[in-house]
Design a protein around this ligand. Structure first.
Ligand SMILES: [Zn+2]
Length: 345
């Protein structure tokens, strides 16, 4: 495994020729000559540094000067120095060593941009490289926390690879990633603690049991009312649509329509969660762009509060004296809230 981490990391390793597969260290180190400039990413050998720069830019889309400058090479004085073979990934820092205590080799990897280089891609490459050497990867571990989006993308990758629907509840997708990546094989993995930004259902209604929800609807309170019932009905309808798509994805007769069915299931799943009834409280419309009404009471209130408190943030008039964009600057009755909209539930 010592030979695997440099293959993965962005920095790469010394290029070698001859008998390098699968045991890289058996090859001879390739060096830059006076008129021999081998490419680190392919077999091309240029005659000058400038020609190699042009080749590296045109064929590999990378900056040769930046590449070797990052490795500490002096500008263009490279004769006699080893050529560096590119690593398989960008945004990866990796190092490998043997941990005698556990009688295992370990690769420690930092992913500096999981959107460009996702964890599952690097892990699968490590498994490939290990398999070439007859080694089994016995598990992996995430040290610290991992962003929700990264785990979601990994879960979707493994579901697609298994030809399963990605339109599952997010908890199921995350669990797929945890199991497929072997994240519980060497250390505990508690999803709630490890995954940063795990979405949680908004509002108190969605956390009630069906019986509690129905009880709440029947009470003499304005909410939850028709809006919440409509939201719940929409959510259940979308869940049924997701179920049908998920059942169909695995059927042999629909094997050629995986992409279409998977997209349908994912869309139904999104609709299901976006429809959830949210709160027992009546909600006011967004007031992010509202400004205080210019009525006399507003001005009085602001002056009075500003006199009492030094902070301008606490000198605002009561919410009932704010107005939406585009409305008249002064409201005759100061009733700035649109009453009908305030009853949405
Ligand atoms: Zn090349």
């Amino acid at each position: 495994m010592r030979t695997t981490s440099p293959t993965l990391r962005e920095r790469g390793r010394h290029k070698r020729s001859g008998n390098v597969a699968p045991f890289y260290y058996k090859g001879e180190t390739v060096v830059f000559g006076k008129d021999s400039f081998p490419c680190g990413a392919c077999d091309h050998v240029a005659k000058t540094w400038e020609a190699l720069s042009a080749h590296y830019r045109d064929d590999h889309g990378r900056d040769l000067a930046a590449r070797y400058s990052a490795l500490g090479y002096p500008a263009e004085a490279v004769a006699g120095r080893p050529v560096y073979a590119d690593g398989r990934f960008s945004h990866v820092k990796a190092v490998g060593w043997v941990v005698d205590k556990y009688r295992r080799a370990q690769i420690s990897i930092n992913l500096t941009d999981f959107k460009v280089t996702p964890a599952h891609a690097v892990l699968e490459a490590a498994r490939e490289e290990a398999a070439l050497r007859g080694i089994a990867v016995t598990g992996s571990e995430i040290v610290g926390v991992v962003p929700f989006d990264a785990m979601l993308e990994s879960g979707r990758y493994y579901l697609r690879r298994m030809h399963k629907s990605t339109g599952l509840p997010v908890g199921d997708v995350i669990e797929t990633a945890v199991q497929a990546m072997g994240l519980r094989d060497v250390a505990p993995f508690e999803t709630e603690k490890k995954v940063l930004g795990l979405p949680r259902p908004a509002g108190d209604l969605v956390r009630k049991t069906v019986g509690e929800f129905v009880d709440e609807v029947s009470r003499d309170t304005p909410a939850p009312g028709g809006g919440s019932i409509a939201a719940l009905s929409g959510s259940i309808g979308a869940a049924l649509a997701a179920m049908v798509a998920n059942l169909t994805v695995g059927k042999a007769e629909f094997g050629g329509r995986y992409e279409e069915l998977d997209a349908l299931a994912a869309r139904a799943q999104d609709t299901r969660t976006s429809c959830w009834p949210r709160s027992t409280r009546t909600r006011r419309p967004s007031t992010a762009s509202w400004t205080p009404c210019a009525c006399r009471r507003t001005r009085r209130t602001r002056r009075a509060r500003a006199a009492r408190r030094s902070s301008p943030a606490t000198s605002m008039p009561p919410r009932s004296h704010w107005r939406p964009p585009g409305s008249a600057a002064r409201h005759s009755n100061c009733a700035c809230w649109p009453r009908a909209a305030a009853m949405t539930s």
